[in-house]
Design a binder for this molecule. Structure first.
Ligand code: PHB
Length: 562
């Protein structure tokens, strides 16, 4: 079997001696298989049919079904007809790694500022064995070239950061790198990359590594694809080791590799100096209590019976025991955090170590960058409408009424997601539709969150759309204050005669209102009281689920509102 360094979880792989020593094979195989399923789904872009998974994992259909049911129960994927779709909650695994690493939190503001200053993409990458893996991306969206996502893995030799990391490689690292190159000369093991068309010799990378060592910077002159150029500088930790590498990425339509070096390297270096200062001055991380453990409970087993694979759920829970102030944990600490028996925690840790998601140093364990391969790249691109859509569908299904998500766009609201019921309504609303802000429930919950000064322009232009439309700024102002207090807005026939709608805000991690969700219906369907009594609790629960997903997805990535 060829070495598959980033996909080591072959379903029929024989567990190594170390695993045999600690656990009966039956006890570790479910976690290995669960991770295989998550890896294949990630490589497929986040969605695959269950029969597709059967093919790509080589597992029996009944096994795929049981693993998918378990992951669905944990909130890590959704079953959508015959498809399995990765769910934002899965990002809590990658978040555990990124929080433990601390670097994104400490450095991302400076990376974003550099991207703004240069108007070019800027990335942070860490070493992942003989590859590099991105931990932050400040991407300038441009049509010209592909851009990588947080969690994407690239072969070191086809990047600018690679030679900088390779300056610290041991002879074993170099041997592993040569083995991988020999086994996979076209880089087919890196699904996010165009294949290597003109294989270059090993000497070239060795030479680039010597240069990087001498100069302290490194270039990528279209090693990934024609047009893509990058310049990189290492950020060193207090011990002088490369903690991560910052890259400025451009396109030959704007820069050659040489002009990138000549014009942008000085500013990149200034940023790296500031980053190294930040690292030196960052207070030591006090040990923290575990926060936000995966919500696996024994109830899942009772509920799903044979379909719930407990050892898979327990094994993944172990990953969430790590985090900020919890980068290196002993077995005892992992068992305490997760509530698992020591033997169970130990089995999970050693299985995860075998799969390359955990490393052991003496008595402590830590997560590796490979944890990001469990869903992070596709999920890091999730938008708020995508995140909300399944929750809106559930709500519309429950209430048999249309449910929508909207944001403020200039002085109007814009629908960004909508699940319509078959009921005919004269307001023909689709995604993208814009409506005036003041006579809609969606608009009012968003206006209610604004300061008086921010509200003023909206209140200055009130005009009647029906005989019921509130057009007195003082009256609307008082209404908005009540909306803010109550946490919802109910609008009756002010936009259109006979249309009743109720909305609640959607808040991000910081408490800011970023969108609103509503349920709209013909006024003959429910009284205003019924809307508050029957619809509001479900609507609020839906907003709560969207906010919970947003908290997980938005911890290390920016979730676009549209
Ligand atoms: C990137 O951030 O997309 C990037 C960085 C370094 C490279 C290539 C791409 O060499």
């Amino acid at each position: 079997m060829p070495p598959t360094h980033h996909t080591p979880t072959e379903p029929d792989a024989v567990a190594p001696a170390q695993l045999h020593a600690v656990a009966p094979v039956e006890a570790v195989i479910p976690l290995m298989r669960g991770i295989t399923v998550l890896s294949r789904l990630t490589e497929a872009g986040g969605t695959s049919s269950l029969s597709g998974l059967e093919r790509t994992t080589g597992l029996a259909r009944s096994t795929v079904d049981r693993i998918a049911a378990t992951l669905a129960r944990m909130g890590y994927l959704r079953l959508d007809g015959r498809d399995a779709v990765l769910a934002p909650r899965l990002m809590e695994l990658g978040n555990a790694y990124l929080a433990a690493l601390r670097l994104p939190r400490l450095l991302d503001t400076r990376a974003d500022a550099l991207a703004d200053e240069l108007d070019e993409s800027v990335s942070l990458a860490v070493a992942d064995r003989d590859g590099i893996r991105f931990i932050h991306q400040a991407t300038r969206r441009r049509a010209m070239s592909l851009s990588f996502r947080i969690g994407d893995l690239l072969p070191a030799e086809r990047t600018a950061p690679g030679p900088l990391f390779a300056t610290e490689w041991t002879p074993e690292d170099w041997a592993r790198w040569r083995d991988r190159r020999a086994a996979d000369p076209h880089d087919l093991g890196f699904p996010t990359l165009p294949p290597r068309e003109h294989p270059v010799g090993d000497e070239e990378f060795e030479e680039r590594t010597r240069e990087a060592d001498a100069r302290g910077w490194s270039l990528d002159d279209q090693l990934i694809e024609p047009g893509l150029v990058a310049v990189s500088v290492p950020v060193r930790d207090l011990g002088g080791r490369v903690a991560c590498v910052v890259s400025v990425v451009s396109h030959t339509s704007r820069h050659t590799a040489d002009s990138l070096r000549d014009t942008l390297l000085p500013r990149l270096r200034a940023t790296v100096q500031a980053m190294e200062r930040d690292l030196r001055e960052a207070p030591a991380q006090p040990p923290a209590a575990p926060a936000g453990l995966a919500t696996w409970t024994g109830a899942s087993k009772q509920e799903l019976g044979r379909e719930f694979v407990e050892s898979l759920a327990r094994g993944l829970t172990v990953i969430t025991a790590f985090g900020e102030g919890r980068a290196a944990l002993t077995l005892t600490e992992v068992a305490q955090a997760t509530g698992l028996a020591r033997a169970t925690a130990r089995r999970a840790l050693i299985t995860l170590e075998h799969l390359g998601h955990v490393t052991a140093h003496g008595r402590t364990f830590s997560l590796t960058p490979r944890v990001l391969s469990l869903g992070f790249p596709p999920l890091s691109r999730t938008t708020l409408p995508q995140l909300a859509a399944p929750h809106l569908a559930e709500l519309a299904d429950l209430l048999h009424d249309s449910a929508s998500l909207a944001v403020l766009a200039g002085d109007e609201i814009q629908y960004t997601a909508r699940v319509a019921t078959s009921r005919i309504m004269s307001v023909n609303i689709t995604v993208g539709t814009r409506l005036p802000t003041f006579p809609t429930s969606l608009g009012r919950v968003m206006l209610a969150d604004l300061t008086p000064a921010e509200r003023a322009p909206f209140l200055a232009r009130l005009h009647p759309l029906t005989p019921h439309t509130v057009t007195d700024p003082a009256v609307l102002g008082a209404t908005l204050n009540r909306v803010r207090e109550n946490g919802y807005a109910l609008v009756d026939g002010e936009l259109e005669e006979g249309l009743r709608s109720i909305a609640v805000p959607v808040r991000d991690r910081t408490g800011r209102v970023v969108a609103a969700v509503n349920v709209a219906m013909h006024s003959s369907r429910r009284t205003a009281e019924q809307c508050v009594g029957e619809v509001l609790p479900e609507l609020a629960a839906t907003a709560g689920r969207i906010e919970a997903d947003l908290r997980v997805a938005g911890r290390f990535t920016r979730v676009p509102a549209t």
